[in-house]
Design a protein around this ligand. Sequence first.
Ligand SMILES: [Mn+2]
Length: 362
Amino acid sequence: MARLSQTRLTRYRELADKGLWDINDKDFRSFYTRAAAEGAELVSNNFSAAGMFRAPHRKTLEGVDIALVGIPLDLGVPNPRPGTRLGPKELRYWSLDRNLVHYKTKVCPFDICNIIDWGDVEFTDDAYNLAACLEQIHADYESFADRDIATLTIGGEHTCTYSVLRALSREGEEPLAVIHLDAHGDTSTNFGGTRISDATLFQVATCEGYIDPEKTIQIGLRGRGVPRCDFSRDSGMRIVYVDELQESGVAAIIEEIYRTIGSGRCYLSIDTDVLDCAVMPGTTLPEPFGLSGVEVRDIIRGAADLDVVGADLMELSPPWDPTGMSSCLASGLAFELLCLLAEAKLRRNGTPKLTHWSGDSS
Ligand SMILES: [Mn+2]
C-alpha cells in the first residue's frame, strides 16, 4: 500500500499540532483569542454559559450598543400553525453553531460594538392578553430606544414588530423608513376581528405615524398576500412582488431599496415566510415560489450603507421544522443582520467599542 513519505507526514503532523484558536486567519484568531481570554464560552452548547451568538448575558444597559432580544409570542396567530413562541429558543441553539467573525467580509460585530444577549421579553402577568403583551414589548424596547441601543429581535409572531416600531418612533423625529421582507403585505384591516395582528401591523404602524409608507419597501409579496395589498399600494409603499425580484435580480432591488429609503433612520423587518416554503417550512404561513436563502442574505448585505437602527427576524416556528434546517438558515441570516447592525452602529458611534465577557455579568 502506498504511504506518504515520512518527511511529508512529519510536516503535516506539525501543521496540525495547533491550539484550538491558533488559526492562520488573523481576524478570526485575534477575536477568538481575546474572547477566550475573557472567559467567553466558545465551545459548549450550554445556554447558561453562552447567549445568542455567544454574546454575554446582561440585563444592564449602560454602554450597550446592540441588544439581542427574543420575543416568544404566538398569541395573535389565528391559523392552525402556532409555534413562533419557540422561535427565540431554537435560534439561540443554532446561533451557537455560527462563526462570530464573518467568513467573507471579516467583520466581527463583537470587535466593533458592545453587544449583549438581553434575553427574552417576559410575559408574566396578563400572558393571555395580546394587547398587554404588546404593551410589555413596548415598555422593554423603550428602554433600549432611550439609550440608542440597536436591537436584533428574534420572534415571535410579526405582530411584535408593531411594538418595536412604536418604541423607535420619537416625537419630533421623522417617522422610520422600513425595509420589509415578507410573502404578505401585513397591511390588512381588522383581519380576524382584531386591529393589531401579524396581518395588519404595518397598516396600524403607518396610521399611528411610526413609519413613513412613502419610505417603505415591501419585498417578496406573493400568493395570498397579493389581494390584500390595497393599503400598501394606496399609501405609497413600494411593492416588489416576488416575480419582479426574480426577473430583475437582487442587485436591481437593492437599488430600489436605496431609492425608497434614502439616508434617514430605517428598520429592517424580515418575516421568515419571504423564503420559499421548501427552504423555510418552519414558519407560520409558508408560501410557495419565494426567495432563496442566498437572495435574502444578499439583500441584507446590500443594505450595508443604510442607517439601520434595528432589525428583526420574525415568524420562525420550530414545531413545523422537524429537521431544524429552517432555524439553521434563520441563524445564518440573523448573523448577517447582526453584522449589518454593528457596522451601522459603528458609523453612528464614530469609534469601535468592544464586547466584553469579563467583568459585570448582571
Ligand atoms: Mn409578516
